[in-house]
Design a protein around this ligand. Structure first.
Ligand SMILES: Nc1ncnc2c1ncn2[C@@H]1O[C@H](COP(=O)(O)OP(=O)(O)OP(=O)(O)O)[C@@H](O)[C@H]1O
Ligand SMILES: [Mg+2]
Length: 348
């Protein structure tokens, strides 16, 4: 497939904890990442100077300064300030009054203004929640609309791309974009099934890495940030470490995996949309929560315990779990919005 060279393409993973932009200038993949977080600091000449000196971006809001993005975490340590987030459980958090303001700044910082030529941007969208307490249709509509406005203001033509489908586009080209994809993120777990690139079903579960952190922190009497650090550094789900924190994180990881697999099984059993498949299809996992050593093995062990309505050829972990959604969104817009007018007409 030839990609239309007269347009530029960007794929953005809009995550609860991280934003990743993928671009493909001149054939080489370019990835940029920032934290989707900010802190509040007092509006005083000394703090303004300090932020400026360290190159940390900030915006004034309600008589305080909101410093945002990756570097804000350094400042959070310095000021013992609480890290806040514009999003919660996969969507813009409107209970956070500064969410739209801060998020539009973070997004602008990450992708910049559109280049002179027509610029297509794909952005990831979570699926509706499987359970009543999950992501509502109303939150999705609001989230999507807010992001479209942000991207249009920067000069882009935005397209929403389902997060699970993005993972299929990133990893399952060799199966003709057929398979089940599960994106284990911070706020949510997104699941999608496609067959020959046609969406079959998708849903989200209102749990992710954040919940592992907070549940383990609660029972340990620790701060979630400390649990997160431990989890992200040298933690092995099948390792022999016998300290209390490792054991507790493992408990909640196992619970997340089992809950996800049980939810997928219940959806497949009750859905009339699942096609009869004679060929086995792959299952791909991605997202930051799949990063610890042993995750894939543990997940596959649980998957193989169940009977599925179609054969699963393999469990595959995304090559680059933290960036797979952004790469897949980019691929999706290139494939689906990247044909030149003549090519599209010829295809018809
Ligand atoms: N090396 C690591 N080991 C374990 N967990 C990790 C690692 N790196 C990141 N994570 C966890 O992955 C999660 C972030 O993953 P990801 O970037 O896929 O989520 P997100 O896209 O921001 O959120 P969501 O998709 O839920 O909106 C966080 O919970 C983080 O703690
Ligand atoms: Mg995500």
């Amino acid at each position: 497939m030839k990609i239309d060279k007269t347009r530029s393409f960007t794929g953005v993973d809009i995550g609860t904890s991280r934003l990743v932009a993928a671009r493909n200038p001149n054939g080489g993949l370019q990835l940029d990442m920032t934290l989707n977080a900010f802190i509040e600091v007092p509006d005083m000449p000394a703090t303004v100077n300090s932020l400026k000196r360290q190159g940390i971006r900030f915006v004034r809001h309600g008589g305080v300064l909101l410093a945002y993005g990756q570097a804000a975490t350094v400042f959070a340590e310095l000021f013992h300030a609480e890290l806040r987030r514009p999003m919660r459980s996969g969507c813009m958090n409107l209970q956070e009054p500064a969410s739209t303001l801060v998020m539009s700044r973070i997004v602008a910082e990450l992708v910049g203004e559109a280049a002179a030529k027509p610029a297509v941007i794909g952005f990831s969208m979570p699926s509706a929640g499987l359970h009543a307490e999950g992501v509502s249709k109303a939150s999705l509509t609001n989230h999507r609309s807010a992001l479209e406005v942000m991207f249009r203001n920067l000069g882009y033509t935005p397209y929403a791309v389902n997060e699970g489908e993005a993972l299929v586009y990133s990893e399952l080209e060799d199966s003709g974009y057929s398979g089940v994809a599960i994106s284990f993120g911070a706020g949510l777990t997104n699941v999608a099934m496609t067959y020959l690139s046609v969406p079959v079903l998708d849903f989200s579960i209102n749990r992710g890495g954040d919940d592992v952190d907070s549940a383990a922190a609660e029972v340990l009497g620790e701060k979630a940030a400390r649990v997160r650090l431990h989890k992200e550094n040298n933690f092995d789900l099948l390792g022999t470490a016998d300290d209390q924190m490792s054991r507790t994180i493992k408990v909640f990881y196992e619970e997340l995996i089992q809950h996800t697999i049980a939810s997928l099984a219940s959806v497949l059993v009750s859905s009339s949309d699942v096609p009869r498949l004679d060929r086995p299809i792959p299952l791909v996992i991605g997202g930051g929560t799949t990063m610890p050593a042993g995750f894939k093995k543990l997940f596959e062990r649980e998957i193989r315990k169940m009977d599925w309505p179609f054969p699963i050829s393999e469990v595959r972990q995304a090559r680059d779990p933290l960036n797979a959604v952004a790469r897949g969104v980019l691929r999706y817009v290139e494939v689906n919005y990247g044909q030149s007018e003549e090519e599209a007409a010829a295809a018809v």
